[in-house]
Design a protein around this ligand. Structure first.
Ligand SMILES: NC(=O)c1ccc[n+]([C@@H]2O[C@H](COP(=O)([O-])OP(=O)(O)OC[C@H]3O[C@@H](n4cnc5c(N)ncnc54)[C@H](O)[C@@H]3O)[C@@H](O)[C@H]2O)c1
Length: 322
């Protein structure tokens, strides 16, 4: 049977990469997203690729979510739709509606329509605390011990806890993945999009100042997408949340990788650590989800710059017209 993946937030960075990967495999993809700009998707898969359906779903509307599942009958789900940190801060009620109520609406629909398939969804490193988060040699444990300090992080924690209750009460199996800093084509919103903006500026020959530094874990959008797809395909019993593996590097190393492609890149940074642990234990990922191939950092950065250069040359829209 042909797989049909429903991807909420599929017009976003990871969602567009998920469509890119799945369409290349011959799977059917339904993008459920109320976003108005499809630039990320277009830049990765073209305007109207075979196998792709778009549904302008607002996940805060539970009846519409249910109707979307009834209409498309997905075999798999990747739930990515969310408002990022700055948007939740500016609009806490809107953030809670999308990130919490929307996720519950998805869990309800998954119970109804997804059968034994695993509910794969995005949590975040923001589920961890900041300075209160205990670390050993800079690495926090596999699960957060501290308290999230953004509403976005609180909402993501709520989803992790809700998923556990949905498994206990309703038998819904789920795998939540916590990405850290996703980079690559399509990463153009949220606090941690600036390393990708630096790659775009460098590709344009422009100077760029990155407003943070320190150490973090970097994941290419393609690899994050592959991880969510693999999680959705897992034969899993439980409600499990794992950290997404990536390259644990400093911002200086990111800049070095950019300059390996563009030696003249004019980049500066504020050497301020993000308010998350520098690294998080992601060893459970392989046990729960399996091995997912990743770009080495230099290759991931080179891919991003090459894609930007091609899009710049073609005069494409690379960042949304706000
Ligand atoms: N990008 C990262 O570094 C990162 C890090 C940690 C966690 N995450 C999580 O991964 C997921 C995907 O991240 P991304 O970078 O692709 O995000 P993104 O901001 O690029 O895309 C999010 C998408 O959700 C859609 N959306 C917002 N409200 C919606 C609604 N009410 N109904 C339907 N769609 C709606 C938006 O239109 C957008 O296309 C998110 O849940 C995010 O919180 C991302």
């Amino acid at each position: 049977m042909t797989e049909r993946f429903l991807i909420t937030g599929g017009l976003g960075c990871i969602g567009a990469w998920a469509a890119h990967e799945l369409l290349a495999e011959g799977a059917e993809v339904v993008i459920a997203d109320l976003g108005t700009s499809d630039h990320r998707l277009r830049n990765l898969v073209g305007a109207d690729p075979a196998g792709l359906t778009r549904d302008p779903l607002d996940i805060t509307n539970p009846a519409a979510v249910m109707a979307c599942f009834a209409k498309h009958q997905p075999t798999h789900l990747v739930h990515l739709a969310a408002l990022q940190v700055p948007f939740c801060k500016a609009d806490p009620i809107g953030g809670a509606s999308v990130n919490v109520v929307g996720s519950i609406a998805l869990m309800e629909a998954a119970v109804e329509y997804l059968g034994d398939s695993t509910f794969a969804y995005a949590s975040s490193v923001a589920a961890y605390g900041g300075e209160d988060e205990p670390t050993v040699d800079g690495t926090a444990a596999a699960d957060p011990q501290g308290k999230p300090h953004t509403l976005y992080g609180v909402y993501k924690r709520a989803n992790e806890d809700s998923a556990a209750v949905y498994h206990a009460d309703r038998g819904l199996s789920s795998i939540g993945l916590r990405p850290y800093v996703v980079y690559g084509l399509g990463r153009d919103q949220g606090v941690t999009s600036s390393p990708t903006s630096a790659m775009l500026a460098a590709a344009r020959g422009e100077a760029f100042h990155i407003p943070f530094g320190g150490r973090a874990v970097y994941q290419h959008g393609r690899d994050a997408a592959r991880a969510f797809i693999a999680a959705a395909r897992c034969d899993h019993d439980g409600a499990t949340v794992v950290n997404l593996p990536g390259d644990e590097v400093s911002m200086d190393e990111i800049i070095t990788s950019i300059r390996a492609v563009l030696p003249g890149a004019e980049l500066t940074l504020d050497d301020v650590q993000l308010p998350f642990p520098p690294a998080v234990d992601s060893t459970d990922f392989a046990r729960v989800v399996g091995d997912v191939e990743r770009y080495p950092l230099d290759a991931g950065v080179a891919d991003t710059i090459e894609r930007f250069q091609a899009l710049i040359a073609a005069g494409a829209e690379i960042v949304p017209q706000r």
